[in-house]
Design a protein around this ligand. Structure first.
Ligand code: NDP
Length: 257
């Protein structure tokens, strides 16, 4: 993507042990890196090492992107933003909608918070560990003023009848667990709902297949992945990302051509 835009940047993957994170962040400063992405197990641990957080990263409580503004390290979280852009690309706006999310882990949290910040009417969190879902719902209401509730996940449960957007934010269906799908009552999905999945290794997960069979519009997780990369690209370079190239590269990477 950098090459396609004629930009003299490199994107490298570097393994950093947990105990080395402070030194790695110091290296970002010392080497004058423009930015980094972080993943497990560094997304929360990095926060005290940064100078500033975006509003979303602060509410989510996790950072996946850092931007180096002349030595000031700013933490951002682009996971949920990527999903919202992917929704918009597919003609789906979250404003005034009831978003129901399965899961309350990192990805679900980012999507739920961004949806609230973007003006969703209501957020429902359905999570196996109900306390985690409750904590997320309370954070959303408290920090954004948007109505949020948590429901315990009973196997085969229906989704709320007024659901507008349903998202699988769990890792169910993630490779190599590709034969699995969240245990909900798929008959409760209606054609007026938009259904999306964070799992990106399969553009047609069993979850999305079942939702499509009910007549719902489906949006896969590949769009979220490409779009969050595009958001990162813009934050670091100030230039619009070459999305088609990024999507094609991702598809090739996952053997989806
Ligand atoms: P976490 O480990 O933080 O969260 C996992 C969530 O899944 C938890 O809510 C967990 O519930 C739930 N879960 C896992 N297994 C089950 C199960 N068998 N039954 C019910 N609930 C289950 O992971 P992340 O949030 O970081 O990642 C989740 C998924 O999102 C992964 O597939 C990841 O690849 C994908 N992802 C996609 C992105 C994209 O751009 N498309 C970006 C980031 C992530 P509990 O709390 O009870 O443990």
């Amino acid at each position: 993507a950098f090459e396609a835009k004629g930009l003299d940047y490199r994107y490298l993957t570097i393994r950093v042990r947990q105990e080395d994170l402070p030194a790695a962040i110091q290296a970002v400063r010392a080497f004058g890196m423009r930015g980094i992405n972080l993943t497990i197990p560094h997304k929360i641990a990095v926060i005290p090492l940064l100078d500033e957080l975006s509003q979303a990263a602060e509410i989510i409580g996790a950072v996946n992107t850092v931007i180096n503004e002349n030595g000031r390290l700013i933490g951002e979280n682009t996971d949920g933003k990527g999903m919202l852009v992917s929704f918009a690309e597919n003609g789906c706006q979250v404003k005034d909608k009831h978003l129901v999310i399965l899961g309350a882990g990192g990805a679900a949290r980012a999507i739920a918070v961004e949806a609230a910040l973007a003006g969703a009417r209501k957020i429902t969190v359905i999570n196996r560990t109900v306390e985690k879902g409750r904590e997320l719902a309370e954070t959303i209401t408290c920090r954004t003023g948007v109505e949020a509730q948590a429901l315990p996940w009973t196997l085969g449960m229906p989704v709320p009848g007024d659901t507008d957007i349903l998202v699988n934010g769990t890792s169910i269906g993630l490779y190599p667990d590709v034969g699995s799908r969240p245990e909900i009552d798929y008959n409760s999905i209606t054609p007026r709902m938009v259904v999306s999945d964070v799992v990106f290794n399969d553009p047609n997960t069993r979850f999305l297949q079942a939702a499509a069979a009910q007549g719902a519009q489906t949006i896969n997780g590949l769009g979220m992945l490409a779009q969050q990369g595009a958001v990162n690209f813009k934050l670091w370079t100030g230039v619009e990302a070459p999305l088609q190239i990024m999507e094609d590269t991702l598809k090739a990477e996952f053997g989806l051509d």
